[in-house]
Ligand binder design. Structure first.
Ligand SMILES: Cc1cc2nc3c(=O)[nH]c(=O)nc-3n(C[C@H](O)[C@H](O)[C@H](O)COP(=O)(O)OP(=O)(O)OC[C@H]3O[C@@H](n4cnc5c(N)ncnc54)[C@H](O)[C@@H]3O)c2cc1C
Length: 500
């Protein structure tokens, strides 16, 4: 099958027997009928439709090396700088459509699986079959244009102990059985964003938590279909409250549900196993295969779109109520402008310094991307704060669509007008700002940006221990001793005295 249309995606997801627990109901199948998922599915469908827009065809798709059909560009194995730029263009197109609010568009994990397939020999170290498996899986996902999500970490229960030291050995999903055909998983994992509306679930190691030899039953990398028997998605409350786009402009479009994943003896055939019982290889999976660099390239492309959105929104807000002349307001707008230029520069640097990895896959430079993945989670918390500081009570003087277009319209037009905007449009704009900085949707976005790629504290530790600082230390040492006399030659022990 070629790159999917939105309708292809909706039909596929609708036909799967995916099991979800949501708002006190357990449902199997009929995912497209669940009101809390309907808008999100529609948004994802719109992304798939973009693959078929005539003007975007060459950006969004390329010819499959096996069938010649047009398939999604995020599956392209980059061989040179042009491939990497083409893939970034594709990711940018999707990211700009949601202004970076959709964190789990397919490209995020497609580029990871592509990098892993490029590094198939690395997986073959564990078992020669695993190298073939990851290659075949990449082709399977590419040719069927499947939407992936992933689950990486054990439930929080007791973070002072390792996964194997928890009082319940089946708290975190572990290998409970191994048969001639494959393995069986029992336990739970956190946290699968878009789990209920995805085709496939990657059950992979954490990006930052390291396993030791005792953690072998928990150390694996496998893939299962989201409707595998025994698999359940225990969803949080939805922040799509069924309101209009006017009232909840972001929540009604981009609410990506998160879910705890429960494995109730889920069978995984060997063909879908890529690493098994190997904590050491699991610890290296993202760096050794360059998947981390390719995923972060997608993340920074998305966060560039989001930061640009923040700048657009802050600028419209300050214009609307004519506060841009105040110095502290300019200082805050400047913060956002600087953030835009920082993310763009780091993305560009990663491409300018890109080179082929040891498997021949053209890979963006890790250092600027690693800097961004450490900086952005913290800095992005400033955006909602700036919006709140600038929007102030305007973020609460927010009648709903029913008021704006109902009996209160005259009040809205008169009392809620802005300096450069009429009352209705001002409410529309400030509702968007509210959904960006104050609503449940906004709170979840802030938490997402802070944690989704791993705990920033431990990412900082990884940055410090892996960054090559020797050249800089050497320069400082050289300065410390520059132009110094030869003290050894000048040293005269007879001149040393002791204070009495
Ligand atoms: C909105 C959202 C969506 C997400 N989506 C996904 C997804 O789709 N797939 C997925 O796999 N994961 C997802 N995650 C999970 C994400 O990977 C984790 O949040 C992240 O790895 C941090 O782990 P944790 O949440 O278990 O925090 P914890 O590890 O429990 O940390 C809690 C606090 O304790 C501190 N802490 C705990 N242990 C240590 C330690 N050893 N050293 C120092 N400090 C420590 C942390 O710094 C933090 O302050 C998502 C998270 C969020 C918030």
């Amino acid at each position: 099958m070629a790159a999917r249309t939105g309708q292809d995606y909706i039909e596929a997801i609708g036909s799967k027997a995916i099991t979800v627990e949501l708002h006190g109901r357990q449902t199997t199948g009929g995912i497209t009928e669940i009101p809390e998922f309907r808008n999100l599915i529609r948004s994802y469908a719109a992304l798939y439709d973009m693959q078929h827009e005539p003007g975007l065809r060459d950006v969004m798709t390329f010819e499959s090396p096996t069938t010649g059909d047009r398939v999604g560009t995020s599956f392209l194995m980059p061989g040179d700088a042009d491939d990497l730029a083409r893939r970034r263009q594709m990711m940018k197109t999707w990211a700009e459509w949601s202004n970076g609010m959709l964190g789990r568009t397919g490209d995020y994990l497609n580029v990871a699986v592509t990098a892993m397939a490029g590094a198939a020999d690395w997986f073959a170290q564990d078992d020669p079959r695993f190298g073939d498996n990851i290659r075949a899986y990449h082709e399977y996902v590419r040719e069927n244009d499947l939407l992936l999500t992933h689950t990486l970490i054990m439930p929080q229960a007791n973070r002072s102990k390792t996964v194997s030291e928890q009082s319940d050995p089946f708290l975190a999903a572990r290998i409970v059985d191994e048969t001639d055909d494959g393995i069986v998983l029992r336990g739970a994992r956190m946290l699968a964003t878009i789990g209920p509306i995805a085709d496939e679930l990657l059950v992979m190691p954490s990006t930052v938590i390291r396993g030791g030899p005792d953690d072998a039953p928990y150390a694996y990398a496998v893939a299962v279909p989201c409707d595998a028997p025994g698999l359940r998605f225990l969803c949080r409350e939805s922040f799509d409250l069924g309101r209009s786009h006017f009232d909840h402009p972001l929540g009604s479009r981009f609410e990506e549900i998160d879910a705890v994943v429960v494995f109730d003896d889920v069978r995984v055939p060997y063909e879908r196993c890529f690493l098994l019982r190997n904590p050491e290889l699991c610890n290296g999976i993202y760096n050794e295969t360059s998947a981390a660099a390719h995923m972060t390239h997608q993340v920074v492309t998305r966060t560039t779109a989001k930061t640009e959105y923040m700048l657009g929104l802050v600028s419209l807000l300050t214009e609307a109520i004519a506060i841009e002349g105040f110095q502290h307001v300019q200082e805050k707008v400047a913060e956002v402008i600087i953030a835009v230029e920082i993310v763009k520069a780091l993305l560009l640097a990663s491409e300018v310094e890109a080179e082929a990895n040891r498997f021949g896959v053209f890979t963006p430079a890790w250092a600027p991307l690693n800097a961004c993945r450490n900086w952005y989670p913290r800095f992005s918390q400033r955006f909602p704060e700036i919006l709140r500081q600038l929007g102030s009570s305007g973020l609460m003087a927010l009648p709903t669509e029913a008021d704006a277009f109902g009996p209160a319209r005259e009040d809205v037009e008169r009392f809620l007008q802005g300096a450069a905007i009429d009352g209705i449009d001002r409410v529309r704009l400030f509702r968007l700002a509210w959904d960006t900085c104050l609503s449940a949707f906004a709170g979840r976005q802030a938490l997402y940006e802070y944690f989704f790629f791993g705990d920033p504290v431990r990412m900082a530790g990884a940055l410090v221990s892996s960054y090559d600082r020797e050249p800089f230390k050497k320069r400082v040492r050289e300065l410390l001793h520059r132009d110094e006399p030869d003290r050894a030659a000048a040293y005269d022990p007879a001149r040393m005295t002791t204070a009495s």
